[in-house]
Design a protein around this ligand. Structure first.
Ligand SMILES: Nc1ncnc2c1ncn2[C@@H]1O[C@H](COP(=O)(O)OP(=O)(O)OP(=O)(O)O)[C@@H](O)[C@H]1O
Length: 338
């Protein structure tokens, strides 16, 4: 029987994925990784995994990767905010933690294929958007190592979240899992990223708001409270129209604000590229945040840096986020916005 190692989070998606893989004739082995140190959170998830394992009669493993997660994902997240970036820990984690550890553990167990409950599609060469556009997670997967792809299965890629939930509710032992509240977007952030940062650095430190010409026009609570495009939580004296954060100077604890048109960007530079194609110059579409539409662009790559000229302006481009290239639904690659 063909075996597959399934990354199980204890949530409805990966739990339901286990049932799909079994129906397809796989012998499923599950693995749960403890990435962050919130034991209560793990306990709840592990309870769910035990329940699924019992339902399906599958073997599962609980693996501690807290130290690695701390160094490879958590620390860069905190350091990123301190440096004035808007980090994207999930896209980073998928490359340096989740899939790396999943593949390594599969190798240890002598299993060829790995699976997750991501809403995305792969043909072993490329990643494509999942059919459920409201749940598609291809953006977060742009950074996967190419050599991983032939070993990955995404059983939910052609399914709709709503149907997954409905079907899971019909299975008695999955019912309670399907009824649980969805997990937050970043697994180690329980409430707000600000609470996480407060454990490591001083976040509340009032500073000045300046306009693009450097003139002081207001006050803010501390630069880490803001991301590019934010228009609330700071004061601009005598402002009659909305002002948006257009830049920040972390070393001086200054945020720069401007009107909507000053937020517009038609040129973006990406570094730390991960490409699934060899071409160095091409036309495609780019997504500069998770929840946004794709914009047509022209890309030129030189020495692992991509210069992207956009056909229409985008608003709220934040350094540290991922820029992901698409051709239709296919992910061509991407990099980090600088
Ligand atoms: N701690 C973990 N250990 C092992 N696998 C995990 C873990 N967290 C997430 N995964 C895997 O990554 C996939 C996507 O994770 P994400 O956090 O986006 O979950 P999700 O879409 O809410 O799915 P789920 O309902 O399965 O939690 C999960 O479906 C699962 O396969």
């Amino acid at each position: 029987m063909k075996r597959v190692l399934l990354a199980m989070s204890g949530g409805v998606d990966s739990s339901f994925t286990a049932t799909l893989l079994q129906k397809e004739g796989f012998e499923v082995v599950g693995v749960y990784f403890k990435f962050h140190p919130h034991e209560e959170y793990h306990e709840k998830n592990i309870q769910n995994i035990k329940q699924v394992a019992k339902l399906l009669g599958i073997e599962y493993h609980i693996e501690d990767r807290m130290q690695e997660f701390q160094e490879r994902v958590y620390k860069p997240f905190v350091d990123g905010y301190i440096a004035g970036l808007t980090p994207n820990p999930c896209a980073l984690c998928n490359r340096v933690m989740k899939f790396t550890e999943l593949i390594a553990f599969a190798d240890k167990l002598g299993i060829e294929h790995v699976a997750t409950g991501h809403y995305a599609i792969t043909d072993g060469q490329f990643i494509y958007e999942g059919v459920d556009k409201t749940k598609d997670q291809s953006y977060f997967l742009f950074n996967l190592k190419r050599e991983f792809l032939p070993r990955i299965i995404f059983p939910l890629g052609k399914r709709f979240k709503e149907d997954v939930k409905k079907e899971a509710l019909q299975i008695p032992l999955l019912r309670s899992i399907a009824e649980q509240k969805e997990s937050s977007e970043i697994c180690f952030v329980q409430n707000s990223y600000i609470d996480v940062l407060k454990e490591h650095t001083q976040v509340d430190m009032p500073g000045v708001v300046v306009n693009k010409r450097g003139k002081v026009i207001g006050e803010h609570k501390g630069y880490m409270h803001y991301t590019i495009g934010k228009r609330k939580g700071f004061r601009v004296h005598g402002a009659h129209e909305p002002h948006y954060v257009v830049d920040m100077i972390p070393q001086k604890n200054i945020i720069v604000v401007g009107k909507k048109e000053e937020l517009a960007k038609k040129r973006i530079v990406l570094r730390g590229l991960n490409m699934f194609i060899e071409k160095k110059e091409f036309d495609c579409f780019i997504k500069v945040r998770y929840r946004t539409h794709k914009v047509p662009c022209h890309v030129k790559i030189d020495e692992n840096v991509a210069l992207v000229e956009l056909e229409e302006a985008v608003y709220g481009v934040a350094k540290g986020q991922a820029g992901v290239f698409y051709e239709g639904e296919k992910v061509l690659g991407g990099g980090w916005i600088v």
